[in-house]
Design a protein around this ligand. Structure first.
Ligand code: NDP
Ligand code: MG
Ligand code: MG
Length: 341
């Protein structure tokens, strides 16, 4: 069975004699650095001299050094720069400054699992991966709430890799909610598959196909937008709260019967076969090779695909409708303020 750790299983004082270098001050970096700092852990933020995040980190009361300097001062290195630059940052700034027994930590296992970084043999290599965007990791911590996270040990040279990583997970607030033990392989492969097949790729394609089907059949784009995109949030909120059954139980019997009889006709066995193909490309490294080459070439296809997505009718319709909603909300707010003497 899967191990899940909570606050009682971890001790932040494990990190009392350590300094943590948080490299990067973006989505995850700012949240980890601030949460660690407020949990009483010594933190240095590592950023390039030219970095636009420097002033933010300094304004937040944190010490900022160059990545190389931060690594050399620290014993615990948390790599929170974008995945696509980690191998270069490792080579230039991290590896030359690592010492025996340091911890090298990631929030996503891509570079380790696909051998883009071959970590030095004298350090612990761990992962603490909050299952949420950084701004929520920060907001939850401030509200005394937790953010679920994953923990994995790739290399344990000190014998204390797990204890130290758990202390870190507790200090950023993850152990309040629960920290699930996994491996680098499982985290990376399931994460890439999930975002490609279901979360980001699958769901946007489903929405666009639904929207196009209605609009091509002569229905109004506004109605199609509400039906296929806007209402998705309400359905997903119910699934999030109580699983598929909570959703089925909340919609009308007509919606439930229609969905149960038609759903598998839409997302049918061919879709399942496509998913298996996509999973295979994740497992055999084909996807990651493609992504690395795409980056080396300056992201030509990525740019074109984003442009095409931006130009889809649904974007223009959505923008117009969301403006109308904002306008309606403002009206409400005005009405309320006017009632107050
Ligand atoms: P961001 O894109 O938000 O990181 C940006 C930060 O990295 C900035 O401070 C930027 O500073 C710095 N940076 C960029 N390039 C370099 C460089 N070459 N050298 C030094 N610093 C650099 O990253 P995320 O927080 O999104 O991701 C960090 C890690 O967390 C990744 O491994 C990601 O997979 C993982 N993760 C992300 C989640 C998310 O929701 N975003 C969720 C869970 C895990 P500068 O101003 O110098 O560019
Ligand atoms: Mg991901
Ligand atoms: Mg993910």
């Amino acid at each position: 069975t899967t191990e899940i750790y909570y606050d009682d299983d971890a001790d932040v004082s494990t990190l009392d004699d350590e300094t943590v270098a948080v490299l990067g001050y973006g989505s995850q970096g700012h949240a980890h650095a601030l949460n660690l700092h407020e949990s009483g852990v010594d933190v240095i933020v590592g950023l390039r001299e030219s970095s636009s995040s420097r002033s933010a980190a300094e304004a937040d009361g944190l010490t900022v050094e160059t990545p190389a300097e931060a690594v050399s001062q620290a014993s615990y290195i948390s790599v929170l720069v974008p995945d696509t630059v980690q191998a270069t940052v490792y080579e230039n700034d991290i590896e030359p400054n690592l010492e025996d027994g340091d911890t090298l930590q990631f929030a996503h296992g891509l570079n380790i699992h696909y051998d883009q970084i071959e970590p030095s043999a004298n350090v612990d290599v761990t992962m603490v991966a909050p299952k949420s965007p950084g701004h929520l990791v920060r907001r939850n911590y401030e509200n005394d709430e937790g953010t679920p996270g994953l923990l994995a040990i790739y290399q344990d040279t000190t014998g204390n890799a797990e204890e130290r990583a758990l202390a870190y997970a507790k200090a950023i607030g993850c152990a309040r909610a629960g920290v699930i033990e996994t491996t680098f392989q499982e985290e990376v492969e399931s994460d890439l598959f999930g975002e490609q097949a279901v979360l980001c790729g699958g769901v946007t394609s489903l929405v666009k196909h639904g929207y196009e089907t209605l609009v091509d059949a002569g229905y109004s784009p506004e109605i199609a937008y509400f039906e296929c995109l806007n209402e998705l949030k309400l359905i997903v909120d119910l699934m999030y709260e109580g699983g598929n059954m909570e959703m089925w139980n909340s919609v009308s019997d007509t919606a439930e019967y229609g969905g149960l009889t038609r759903g598998d006709r839409i997302v049918d066995d061919t879709v399942r076969e496509n998913m298996e193909e996509v999973l295979e490309e994740v497992q055999n490294g084909e996807f990651t090779r493609e992504w690395i080459l795409e980056n080396q070439a300056g992201r030509p296809s990525y740019g074109q695909l984003r442009q095409a997505e931006q130009e889809h009718d649904i974007e223009e319709v959505g923008e117009r409708l969301r403006d109308l909603f904002a306008w309606a909300d403002e009206e409400d707010a005005d009405a309320e303020t006017q009632e107050v003497p």
